[in-house]
Write a protein that binds this ligand. Structure first.
Ligand code: ATP
Length: 642
């Protein structure tokens, strides 16, 4: 899927809570067990057809892969002809002259070489080389077919992963609040591979095996149709084990994927939360969860592997009855050894193709679920999407306006209600209120992580719904208490605010954020790698890197979300100075539980149960807002207690 295709999928997206429910719709995978046989067959084919659309950009190489696969299958006729000629010429027989026919090509008569003289021996050696030569040529065709199929398969896998990852990255926060990260990793890394592998295997096998089988059966019928009938009459019996076992494999394969997802979730959560795992000494608990999922996964793998592996011997056992029947027929008709050998070789050469074809059906059942999961994720609607005609924010200024905004994460439980706020450029606003009052929700709405159910939000006079999400977010800097830093150098972490920043710019913002000194004290200065989530730094140092990043971004709106709550008094003072530099000339909106940090705000907005209940300066609110007074007194009391 190209960018265009992704956009067209996005275009279907509607808005509001209904969209959030739409995105939650279950995927088709759970319903398959209830389908009838026709629907099941259609359901099985559909994912592969969808997958095949990814091959379109590489169609010529794909056609080459199929072409070489078919040529390889057809080349079996050449090998059989070469063997027939060599067997007749070189194996003991009473005939001095043999007649040799190739259908549609011609008929010849050959003198059987007398190996007692050197000329005859030379002919015999050259003749015997015909078979390895033919096999070598078939091998070359097979190699070319595999090469092109692998080439196309790798590109398809690359595109699938790229588009799935892009699609996931563009999903809104509501999607991530319901998903397990480990399962998403499992889908992007493993299930794309399974899906691609299944698709390519299917096409590769369908090009090669049926053509090989048809070619060999054709040769056998041409040589001796009665022998063919006697030997092949049992072949349809091979379908019995295949059909019986494929259902089992489908179920076990699906469960294995489920357990693989759980395994990934445990690994991801254990490592992401390693501090808490250790703090609570829960290593054994995590290990048990991991081993439980691992054990169940292996049990399901064993279950489907057993089913896949049993098919081969069953097909062989059934098919070898054909050889027994053929032997009886050969004895009854007084067939020569050369004649019987060529028929026998054809029968033996048929088995691997019959086996591969029967296994395909079984293995594909297992991989169908992966294909569905990947493709379902690909067409899943995002809650928040850019409008088709959305452009960049035309007037990137700091004026922010909430007009009668209401929003609910869950239907019927509003998180914010009837918010009317006009925040002027260059002023400092503070949001205060008890826990759950809706302060962070206002930030999320301003960043357009969600769209309001009612009302509108404007920046610089533009409704956020009519401009691109990227341009809205470029207009806003955020400083959180727990900044996410990447396992990379300090320089790269700061540069995240402006990807094309020079090292001079990076140093300048680090100085402004009071970070330059401690960065220089690190082993490798700006090139120091700061570990997972920046854990090789203190909380205050991480905060300063984050502020440097925000200064570099230089957006007109600054959101401070509990920026000082994790800091001691000394660090708080340093960070506050850094934030003051960052805030110069910007519209600042700060959420603060510590009221001491926002006493100088131009305006304090008090929220309760999703509504704005009062606005004013600290003094005004102390006089006129009982809730603010209570919050202030509570903190004052706790500060005095300290
Ligand atoms: P705090 O000061 O404790 O951070 P807050 O004022 O920022 O609280 P919000 O985080 O905006 O409050 O939460 C407002 C309401 O929305 C709460 O009732 C909360 O439980 C709910 N809520 C917040 N985030 C989600 C979410 N992702 N899904 C569902 N409900 C949510």
């Amino acid at each position: 899927m190209t960018e265009k295709q992704t956009q067209s999928l996005d275009r279907d997206e509607t808005s509001g809570s209904s969209r959030r429910e739409e995105a939650e719709k279950p995927t088709g995978k759970e319903d398959v067990s209830r389908l009838g046989s026709y629907e099941f067959a259609t359901e099985t084919r559909r994912p592969f057809l969808r997958l095949l659309s990814y091959v379109r950009p590489y169609r010529w190489r794909f056609v080459a892969a199929i072409g070489f696969g078919i040529a390889c299958g057809l080349f079996n006729a050449a090998i059989i002809s070469a063997m027939q000629l060599v067997f007749k010429m070189l194996l003991p027989s009473d005939e001095d002259v043999i007649s040799f026919k190739i259908p549609l090509v011609g008929a010849w008569e050959f003198q059987v070489p007398d190996v007692s003289d050197s000329q005859g021996l030379k002919i015999a050696i050259l003749l015997s080389l015909l078979i390895p030569l033919a096999i070598l040529l078939r091998g070359a065709l097979n190699y070319l077919s595999q090469y092109f199929m692998m080439w196309v398969g790798n590109r398809v896998l690359y595109d699938l992963r790229d588009q799935l990852f892009t699609k996931l990255l563009h999903h809104s926060l509501s999607f991530y609040s319901k998903q397990k990260t480990g399962e998403l990793i499992q889908t992007v890394v493993n299930q794309t591979q399974l899906a691609q592998g299944a698709g390519m295997k299917l096409v590769g096998s369908l090009a090669k095996h049926p053509v090989s089988i048809l070619t060999m059966v054709g040769c056998l019928v041409y040589l001796d149709w009665i022998f063919a009938l006697v030997a092949l009459v049992v072949f349809p019996l091979c379908l019995v084990p295949v059909l019986t076992l494929s259902n089992k494999v489908r179920k076990a394969g699906g469960k294995e994927q489920e357990e693989a997802g759980k395994l990934m979730v445990t690994i991801q959560e254990s490592f992401a939360g390693i501090r808490d795992v250790k703090a609570y000494a829960r290593e054994d608990f995590e290990r048990e969860k991991f081993n439980g999922a691992s054990k169940r996964m292996l049990a399901f793998i064993m279950r489907w592997k057993k089913a896949v592996e049993i098919v081969g011997p069953l097909v062989e056992a059934v098919a070898s009855l054909g050889i027994a029947a053929g032997l009886v027929y050969a004895k009854m008709t007084g067939m020569t050894a050369a004649d019987f050998l060529i028929r026998y070789v054809i029968l033996i050469a048929l088995y691997p193709h019959a086996k591969a074809l029967s296994r395909m059906q079984i293995e594909l059942q297992k991989c169908r679920i992966a294909t569905n999961m990947v493709l379902d994720n690909m067409v899943r609607n995002a809650d928040v999407a850019d409008a088709v005609d959305a452009g960049a924010l035309p007037n990137p200024k700091g004026d922010v306006c909430f007009q009668d905004v209401s929003f609910a994460y869950k239907k019927g439980v509003p998180a914010v209600r009837g918010i009317d706020l006009r925040l002027q450029s260059g002023r400092f606003y503070a949001l205060v209120g008890p826990s759950g009052a809706g302060k962070s929700t206002l930030f999320s709405l301003l960043l357009r992580f969600y769209d309001p159910d009612e009302g509108q939000i404007l920046i610089g006079g533009s409704d956020l719904r009519h401009v691109t999400q990227a341009s809205v977010r470029e207009n806003i800097s955020v400083v959180n208490q727990d900044t996410f830093l990447f396992h990379d150098t300090i320089e790269t972490n700061i540069r995240y605010g402006k990807l094309d920043a020079t090292i001079e710019e990076i140093e300048a913002v680090a100085r402004k954020a009071h970070a330059h000194e401690f960065i220089c004290e690190q082993d490798k200065g700006y090139q120091t790698v700061i570990g997972d989530k920046g854990h090789q730094l203190s909380g205050g140092q991480r905060q300063r890197i984050s502020i440097a990043r925000s200064i570099l971004r230089d957006a007109p709106v600054l959101l401070l979300d509990e920026a000082y709550s994790a800091l001691d008094t000394e660090s708080e003072k340093i960070i506050q100075e850094a934030v003051e530099i960052l805030a110069e000339g910007k519209t600042v909106i700060a959420i603060a539980h510590r009221l001491s940090t926002i006493l100088d705000a131009d305006e304090i907005i008090v929220m309760e149960e999703g509504c704005v209940v009062a606005r004013g300066t600290h003094e005004e609110l102390l006089k006129g807002c009982p809730l603010y007074k209570r919050l202030y007194k509570l903190q004052f009391a706790s500060m005095e207690a300290v």
